[in-house]
Ligand binder design. Structure first.
Ligand code: C5P
Length: 358
């Protein structure tokens, strides 16, 4: 299938957009959700300003030949590894939540027939970047000839267990689908997302979800976020961890039956706070054993005043929930004074983190 793009007339209310004229006819304009989150008390605090600004982010802002999109990070509240599959992957049940730490992507249409990738992290400025691979896959699937430049302002730490690369890839699929009004069904998007990576399907919807299988079976959960977890402090130890290495070295004795994720899902759906002992990550014991920097960071977080600390994904990032801003700020300051990379974030629900296409 070959799709041709034309540039439409634009006005203040109706920005220029590209659309595949042969298939879809006259374009309609996308509605962009306005996220009226205002928090003046946060803006006064230097250490929180970064997050406050990000909370005002919009999704897929289109202006002429340019499209901006935010890609939000996630944490794993639970991660049950059920067993190893015949295809080499592991069967999972995991409860994930998007957070307001995000990368910013700017897409620009170009005259040449290729995908250009420019990233603020130089080692990611190449076509192997999952964001570039998402654009390439989509162009191949639909035999598109329209070129695109991807500029990626990276803020989410890389190889940190926060899903940054996966989120970038999902954001590219969603943004190009919206912007170019591509004839893709939810199943097409899910199929492409799954082929890009196990976490990518989750980021098509974001918010709070139970993800099963390899990660591609995504069930949204009620977004009643407990006040006891209003603030999330992330600590990123100064190492990177390859997910494949963690899974490969995981002993069978660390496998679980999926009950932690099911119990936590039920708690969220009932609007109650999950029990601390159910916020279990099957990879954590092994990561703490093999990476002493992570074990030390967990100890330091607890000593600084966190009451619950868990590993996100395969790490090394740890997260700790807090009910009160004054308390989390004290802990953050103490850890920053110790030289740690810390982020104060909050959970984002679908209208902020990512809009659902389903
Ligand atoms: O799917 P993705 O490329 O993000 O996964 C990275 C690595 O993590 C895989 O190569 C695999 O080793 C491991 N993994 C796994 N089972 C999963 C997800 C990831 O074994 N469900």
């Amino acid at each position: 299938m070959c799709i041709h793009f034309t540039l439409c007339e634009g006005s203040d209310n109706q920005p220029n957009i590209f659309h595949p004229t042969k298939l879809l006819g006259k374009s309609t304009i996308l509605s962009i959700a306005s996220l009226g989150y205002s928090s003046p008390e946060l803006d006064k605090l230097e250490i929180s300003m970064h997050n406050a600004r990000m909370s005002h982010a919009h999704r897929a802002q289109i202006s002429g030949t340019m499209c901006f999109v935010q890609a939000y990070a996630k944490i794993n509240l639970t991660l049950d590894v059920l067993g190893r599959r015949a295809d080499g992957y592991h069967e999972l049940a995991t409860v994930m939540q998007t957070i307001d730490l995000c990368d910013t992507i700017c897409l620009t249409t170009t005259d040449d027939d290729r995908v250009q990738m420019i990233c603020t992290t130089p080692s990611l400025s190449n076509e192997e970047n999952l964001a570039a691979r998402a654009a390439t896959l989509l162009r191949q699937r639909l035999a598109l000839t329209q070129g695109v430049r991807i500029e990626l302002h990276k803020r989410i730490p890389v190889a940190a267990g926060l899903g940054g690369g996966s989120s970038d890839a999902a954001a590219i699929l969603l943004a190009l689908h919206q912007w170019w009004r591509l004839p893709l069904s939810p199943v097409d998007l899910l199929d492409m997302a799954t082929s890009l990576g196990s976490d990518v399907p989750f980021f098509l919807t974001g918010g709070l979800a139970l993800c099963e299988g390899r990660g591609e079976r995504v069930s949204r959960l009620s977004s009643h976020w407990p006040t006891a977890m209003r603030w999330l402090l992330l600590l990123k130890p100064a190492i990177s961890i390859a997910t494949a290495v963690v899974f490969r070295s995981l002993p069978v004795s660390d496998y679980t039956d999926g009950n932690y994720s099911r119990t936590v899902s039920s708690a969220f759906n009932a609007g109650s706070m999950p029990r601390a002992e159910d916020l279990h990550n099957s990879l954590e014991r092994s990561v703490l054993e093999h990476y002493p920097e992570v074990a030390q960071a967990k100890e330091d977080l607890l000593r600084a005043g966190a009451s619950l600390v868990r590993l996100s994904g395969s790490g090394p990032t740890l997260f700790a929930p807090f009910a009160e801003l004054a308390r989390v700020i004290n802990v953050q300051q103490e850890l920053q004074a110790q030289g740690y990379e810390v982020y104060l974030v909050r959970a984002t629900h679908s209208q902020v983190g990512s809009e659902s296409f389903f």
